[in-house]
Write a protein that binds this ligand. Structure first.
Ligand SMILES: [Zn+2]
Length: 321
């Protein structure tokens, strides 16, 4: 992607724990940053005040004069067509008109909204592990499981900005009810909290610090704890089934796995790759590669900027191969 104009995108990454912002240039660099904790239990206006605080820091920067657009990646569900967000972990925001509010806060700049999984996919395609790939699924495995798709060399957002939401594909037909209203979803098995829960149910016990997070389960798995290994094996299996379904449906060449739980590395990726052979059986799906994400916590910001730039034709969209 070239950026002859020197224009910047103001990117916002809105999640249940933090609201991050940055001014992003045409090579994916973050020039100015701002950040607030998300007042997730407060009312709609209080959450918006936190967004306004982040935007205020960005608009105060000298570089603001070069900003041409706003890109927002938000925890979902989002409705990009309506310009609204209803993040599961921010109950004060239900069909909250974030696009209109962001436009108002930024003096009428064009605003592009996508789900956080779609933003991560945009980032990994532009600057990360899916660079140069025409067809990819990028996933965030964390407190939840999200994702986004690149198809035919372009980000595929879907009409509402939620396409690729692999966390809520059912991989266990009669499985446990999921918070989304479905049943047996990938997220219900492969998210950090559910890996921890399964390990505890299987008899794993945390160390003296009482940490039951997925990273602690991963450490126990590396040390050979059977319940911890079984929890990661089950998570890997669920992810494999979801990836295989995606590969069979739309033909992807690579699945990129990011998010905090992906920090478990081979404890997760080993069983995932093994089980993928069971599920991605047809010749055109069998070759799908599974690779770790390359961008860290900044992926949401980089991706929100990329999604906006691509949608608006702001920068010449030609990812170098
Ligand atoms: Zn679900």
């Amino acid at each position: 992607m070239q950026n002859p104009s020197g224009g910047l995108v103001a990117a916002l990454d809105i999640g249940g724990t933090k609201i991050a912002g940055a001014l992003v240039d045409g090579s994916g660099r973050l020039l100015v940053r701002a950040r607030r904790a998300t007042p997730a239990r407060e009312d709609a206006a209080t959450v918006l005040d936190a967004v306004a605080g982040v935007v205020g820091e960005l608009t105060a920067a000298a570089e603001w004069a070069r900003v041409r657009a706003v890109g927002i990646g938000s925890a979902g569900p989002v409705d990009a067509a309506a310009g609204t967000v209803s993040p599961v972990n921010v109950p004060g925001w239900r069909e909250f008109p974030l696009v209109a509010e962001a436009g108002r806060l930024t003096g009428g700049l064009p605003v592009v909204l996508v789900g956080d999984g779609v933003a991560m996919a945009a980032a990994e395609h532009w600057r990360g592990a899916a660079r140069g790939r025409a067809d990819a699924l990028c996933m965030v495995v964390s407190t939840g499981v999200g994702g986004g798709l690149v198809l035919g060399g372009r980000l595929h957002t879907g009409p509402t900005g939620n396409a690729g939401h692999i966390g809520h594909i059912s991989v266990d037909l009669d499985g446990e009810p999921c918070a989304c209203g479905g049943r047996g979803c990938v997220e219900r098995i492969a998210s950090g909290p559910h890996i921890s829960r399964r390990a505890l149910e299987g008899g794993w016990r945390p160390g003296p610090d009482g940490d039951t997070g997925a990273a602690a389960v991963a450490a126990a798995a590396r040390a050979g704890d059977r319940a911890a290994l079984a929890a990661f094996a089950r998570a890997g299996q669920a992810l494999a089934a979801g990836i295989a379904a995606t590969a069979t449906l739309v033909e992807i060449e690579v699945a990129v796995i990011g998010g905090g739980v992906a920090g478990a590395g081979e404890v997760l990726l080993g069983p995932l790759r093994e089980r993928l052979r069971d599920y991605a059986a047809l010749s055109f799906a069998a070759g799908v590669e599974v690779v770790p994400a390359r961008l860290g916590p900044d992926a949401g910001l980089v991706g929100a900027a990329a999604a906006a730039a691509q949608r608006l034709g702001l920068w010449e969209w030609a990812p170098d191969r």
